[in-house]
Write a protein that binds this ligand. Structure first.
Ligand SMILES: Nc1nc2c(c(=O)[nH]1)N(C=O)[C@@H](CNc1ccc(C(=O)N[C@@H](CCC(=O)O)C(=O)O)cc1)CN2
Ligand SMILES: Nc1nc2c(ncn2[C@@H]2O[C@H](COP(=O)(O)OP(=O)(O)OP(=O)(O)O)[C@@H](O)[C@H]2O)c(=O)[nH]1
Ligand SMILES: [Mg+2]
Length: 419
């Protein structure tokens, strides 16, 4: 029999309430052992939990019979008083019951996946949701967890299966067809186009790690002061001495619900100082790799696409050609800069409800598209059929779909050898 697992599903005690979940075939038996009875399904019920007659806690208990539960198994929730000793005593009592053991990390979600309650992409969305720290991260995670990518993949899958059926029919009925007909070719190309279009979508990694903003310009111009002002923390040392910042300093910060990493850099100048020269090389590298560059130097020397900023505007008038004047000292222009950053970042991040692709998804989709391109140019329909099979397998990697082998084997197993 499958193990019945239990774990503290809420945060670390002490807390007001602690939720212990029990999932598996002995979940109901565990509740009977502790509470002496089973409450009605899906109805919060107050129950005295005891071990060997000793009262452990008066708790709210909930019962979700499988398969209509989060894990797909019989599931019990104990909503305890969240003291350390209460939680420990209840967990010890559960651990002493036959067939029960403490859950591994992620094991409830894993069971939900294995029982077909959620697929792999949705599981990844759930993981993202638990890690989300900003609004944009939460929205993209909700989209993934809610099946937005899975539904798209399912649509492609159905289209590929229909195409496979047509390719197969052409194999059955035309012995002389050595070349894939043009309409097949167009169908393969069309599917590859549709999948490739998704590869250009925002990446979950950028959303998770933050949009990278390099602050660059000559020494002593106010770069570090700007980083400190935007992050509202004393991240970088500032001083009137040119060449204060030498290494890259990264400051993660959420602005308007968008995650950024602000990168402070050494002032750009040719330096005799060996260490400073290395810092300047790192600064140039950071500028090249950044998603957004804030350029605090002369507008004419600005890197392409940089936001040109006139700093210390409390001291001097901005020259022509700057996008924005700011003062880290008085705060002038900082709100507009924040808006500008959020606006720029929006083009790099998913829009509301849109999924951000994980590297794993992108790899699988790129694979699917590549196989379709092979099918597009294949001279032999047998090879086109095999490309389709591989493209479908790549798509199935996204959702972690199980049992697909049988269906594909049945479909393609009807080809005769050498055809
Ligand atoms: N107390 C508690 N809160 C929680 C969870 C939990 O497990 N326990 N969740 C843990 O992730 C999330 C909610 N996820 C859930 C997903 C499905 C079902 C469920 O029972 N589904 C049934 C019935 C649906 C219905 O009545 O509408 C089903 O889908 O058949 C419950 C919780 C967030 N909050
Ligand atoms: N009046 C005024 N002074 C500023 C402002 N921003 C920075 N400063 C001053 O300008 C000097 C240089 O500022 P930093 O932020 O260290 O300049 P930096 O560009 O990081 O310099 P390096 O690290 O040497 O490249 C410091 O003395 C700051 O106090 C501002 O908006 N107004
Ligand atoms: Mg500096």
């Amino acid at each position: 029999m499958t193990d019945t697992i239990f774990a503290l599903s809420s945060g670390a005690p002490p807390a007001a309430i602690a939720v212990v979940r029990i999932s598996g075939p002995r979940a109901d038996a565990a509740l009977i052992a502790l509470a002496g009875r089973l409450p009605e399904p899906r109805r919060a019920t107050l129950a005295a939990l005891r071990r060997d007659g000793e009262l452990l806690d008066r708790a709210l208990v909930l019962r979700f019979p499988g398969p209509g539960s989060a894990t797909g198994e019989d599931l019990i929730e104990l909503h305890l008083h969240g003291g350390r000793a209460v939680v420990a005593a209840v967990q010890a009592a559960l651990g002493a019951l036959p067939g029960l053991r403490a859950a591994q990390p992620g094991e409830f979600t894993r069971r939900a996946f294995e029982n077909g309650r959620i697929d792999l992409a949705e599981s990844e969305g759930l993981a993202d949701l638990l890690q989300a720290e900003t609004e944009s991260q939460r929205r993209a995670a909700m989209a993934l967890a809610g099946g937005a990518l899975s539904r798209q993949v399912e649509t492609w899958r159905i289209a590929l299966l229909a195409l496979a059926a047509r390719v197969e029919a052409s194999l059955d009925f035309s012995d002389e067809a050595d070349v894939a007909p043009d309409d097949f070719r167009a169908a393969f190309a069309g599917m590859a186009d549709r999948i490739e279009a998704w590869l250009g979508r925002p990446s979950a990694e950028r959303l998770r790690d933050g949009v990278r903003v390099a602050v660059a310009g000559p020494p002593n111009i106010g770069k570090s002061s700007l980083i400190n002002a935007l992050s509202k923390r004393d991240v970088a040392i500032t001083s009137a001495i040119a060449g204060t910042t030498r290494d890259l300093i990264e400051a993660p910060v959420a602005i308007g619900g968008t995650p950024f990493v602000l990168i402070d850099t050494a002032g750009l100048r040719t330096s005799e100082d060996e260490i400073e020269a290395i810092g300047v090389a790192r600064a140039r590298d950071a500028v090249a790799r950044a998603d957004i560059v804030l350029w605090l130097g002369a507008p004419a020397e600005s890197p392409a696409d940089a936001i040109r900023i006139h700093a210390k505007c409390d001291l001097s008038q901005p020259p022509p050609g700057v996008d924005l004047a700011i003062s880290s000292l008085t705060g002038e222009g900082l709100d507009r800069l924040a808006d500008l950053l959020v606006e720029r970042a929006a083009t790099l991040l998913p829009v509301e409800g849109e999924v951000a692709l994980h590297a794993r998804h992108r790899a699988a989709l790129a694979d699917a598209a590549a196989w379709l391109r092979e099918g597009e140019v294949a001279a032999d329909p047998l090879i086109s059929a095999e490309s389709l099979r591989q493209a479908l397998r790549a798509l199935d990697r996204v959702t972690g779909r199980a049992g697909v082998e049988d269906m594909l084997d049945a479909l393609f197993g009807r080809f005769c050898i050498g055809k």
